[in-house]
Ligand binder design. Structure first.
Ligand SMILES: [Zn+2]
Length: 209
C-alpha cells in the first residue's frame, strides 16, 4: 500500500475521532451515537485490507508471462483463502473503539461543561464559561440568565443590578435587550457542581489529562 493512501486513511480515522470528541461534548443524542463512527471505521479497515490484498495479488501475478495467467493469478490472490475479512477483529478497529469509549467517559464525568480538549478554541470557551463576565474571575456560585442563557457570579450580578437597575446582560454580543432583574436569574446547579469539582481537583494537585 502506498504511503500516501496509508496517510490518508490515518487522517480519515483521526478526523472521525475529532468529530466524535466535539459531538460527545456538544452534540445531541443522535450525533453522540457511536455506531455511526464505528461503521465508518469498519469501512476504513475494509479499504485498508483491500489495498493490502491488491498489492499482494499484484506481486504474485506480476511473475506471470501472459495476460490470461496474470488475470487468473491476480483474481485468485485477491479473493484470498476464502475467509471473509472481519474488520471488527483488527487491531486498528479495536483501538478505535477503545478511543471512542475513552472520549465518551471523559465527557460524561465532566457533566454539562465542555471536556478537557486540547483544542485551543474550546479551551477559550471553557475560560469564558467558567468566569464571571463582570469580574472576569472564576465563578463559585453561578446564576443563569433565563432569558439569554448567560451565567454570572451571583453576588457580582446582584451588586451590579443594585448600582444600575437598567443593567443589560454584560456579555459582549448578547442579543438580550431586557434589563436584568433577579426574577431572570436562576442558580446554575450543574455548573456550580463542575466548578466545585475543578476546585477540588486543583486542591488535590490533580493535573492529569
Ligand atoms: Zn446574555
Amino acid at each position: 500500500m502506498s504511503d500516501f493512501l496509508r496517510t490518508e486513511l490515518e487522517k480519515a480515522q483521526q478526523c472521525l475521532l475529532e468529530t466524535y470528541e466535539l459531538a460527545a461534548s456538544y452534540g445531541d443524542n443522535e450525533e453522540k451515537d457511536t455506531s455511526k463512527y464505528l461503521l465508518l471505521m469498519e469501512q476504513i479497515c475494509q479499504i485498508r485490507d483491500n489495498c493490502i490484498r491488491n498489492d499482494r495479488a499484484l506481486e504474485m501475478a506480476i511473475a506471470e508471462h501472459t495476460i490470461d495467467s496474470f488475470q487468473i493469478t491476480f483474481q485468485r490472490e485477491v479473493k484470498g483463502p476464502g475467509k471473509k475479512f472481519q474488520a471488527k477483529r483488527t487491531r486498528e478497529y479495536k483501538a478505535f473503539a477503545d478511543r471512542l469509549d475513552e472520549i465518551s467517559n471523559s465527557v460524561n464525568t465532566s457533566e454539562e461543561a465542555p471536556s478537557t480538549s486540547k483544542d485551543g478554541a474550546m479551551e477559550m470557551q471553557v475560560q469564558v464559561n467558567l468566569n464571571d463576565p463582570l469580574t472576569k474571575r472564576r465563578m463559585v456560585d453561578p446564576v443563569k440568565n433565563t432569558i439569554c442563557g448567560h451565567t454570572y457570579e451571583k453576588s457580582s450580578i446582584q451588586d451590579a443590578i443594585q448600582i444600575n437597575p437598567m443593567l443589560r446582560c454584560p456579555v459582549a454580543g448578547c442579543g438580550n435587550n431586557q434589563y436584568i432583574t433577579t426574577a431572570h436569574l436562576k442558580p446554575d446547579k450543574a455548573l456550580k457542581l463542575h466548578l466545585q469539582r475543578l476546585v477540588d481537583a486543583d486542591e488535590n494537585g490533580d493535573n492529569d489529562d
